[in-house]
Design a protein around this ligand. Structure first.
Ligand SMILES: [Zn+2]
Ligand SMILES: [Zn+2]
Length: 308
């Protein structure tokens, strides 16, 4: 496992490397875009070179980006009125088309930064059937791939299952996977809080192993490229996306030990998106807990093996 965290890239994307190093990251997740706006950041060549050199010097990798939360490739392909909140509309915008453009930009900048992948919330089907949304999502990803040749991948992320979000089950991720039909550029990122909230019993003894066996049946374990490691503020099956510090939530310390010692997860980058003890995001304490839980979990599994 290569433990990492989502860190801020503000003040210049190359600054993210030192922020990761300061909390003990071996892998990393960043935003390459300002999360509040569609407008892309104009990363300078100097910043990109500094980022790549810093990552190489620190031995930091894999590095992934998290796609803008504004993106929704499941949105209807229609123009909607748009304008300042509470005021008459001054323009129109098409969320679907904006999302394809943004995903293309994420892949382009990912390629320039040498990122392994862009983590994507697959989308929401609001206003149409799930199948129709999946068809739009897959077409959007294909368009973005065609417009941004390279090796930077898209990692489809499972959701907590809120509202009309697609990706609450492995079967839905598989449906998107099949329609995109580009295994060279697709992977999957599983978030532990989202699994728990959408009703996968990863916290129970043996739970993570049977959930991963299920994933292997549906998608193939080789497609799993990244784990988001978060505890849960909300109950099992709550369908709510609320991250908690490791060991302090509903998954708990014992659940964390079991997850982090799962044999099928041992070669993955493990990215924390925890709130942090001071609310400033993943910190030294959460990183230390992750490593301790893994060691304790592995020791417990070894002790449970029947003597030869
Ligand atoms: Zn996410
Ligand atoms: Zn989440």
């Amino acid at each position: 496992m290569r433990f990492g965290a989502h860190v801020s890239a503000s003040g210049g994307i190359s600054k993210a490397i030192a922020r990761g190093e300061a909390i003990g990251c071996e892998s990393l997740q960043i935003f390459t875009h300002n999360p509040r706006t569609w407008k892309p950041i104009n990363h300078t060549d100097a910043e990109i070179t500094a980022f790549r050199e810093g990552a190489a010097r620190a031995g930091m990798g894999p590095i992934v980006s998290h796609g803008l939360y504004l993106m929704n490739l499941g949105a209807l392909d229609i123009d909607l009125p748009s304008g300042p909140p509470g005021k008459p509309a001054t323009s129109v915008r098409n969320i679907y088309r904006l999302s394809i453009t943004s995903l293309t930009q994420h892949l382009e900048i990912g390629e320039r930064l040498g990122l392994a992948g862009v983590i994507l919330h697959v989308g929401s089907s609001k206003g149409s059937t799930t199948d129709e949304a999946i068809t739009r999502i897959a077409a959007g990803i294909r368009t973005a791939f065609a417009a941004s040749p390279g090796t930077c991948q898209v990692y489809l992320e499972n959701t907590a299952g809120a509202g009309d979000t697609i990706g609450r089950t492995f079967a839905q991720l598989k449906a998107v996977w099949d329609e995109v039909d580009n295994p060279d550029r697709l992977g999957v990122c599983l978030d532990t809080q989202h699994l728990f909230a959408s009703g996968y019993p990863i916290h129970e003894p043996g739970g993570i192993d049977s959930v991963l066996a299920d994933f292997d049946q549906v998608l193939g374990i080789a497609q799993l490229r990244c784990l988001h490691l978060n505890d849960s503020m909300t109950a099992f099956g709550s369908n709510r996306d609320r991250h908690e510090n490791l060991g302090d939530g509903e998954i708990g310390a014992e659940g964390m030990r079991s997850i982090l010692s799962a044999p099928a997860l041992q070669d993955l980058p493990v990215i924390l998106e925890t709130p942090g003890l001071d609310g400033e995001g993943p910190d030294l304490e959460n990183m230390a807990r992750a490593r301790t839980y893994r060691a304790e979990g592995r020791a417990a599994r070894a002790a449970a093996q029947p003597a030869k």
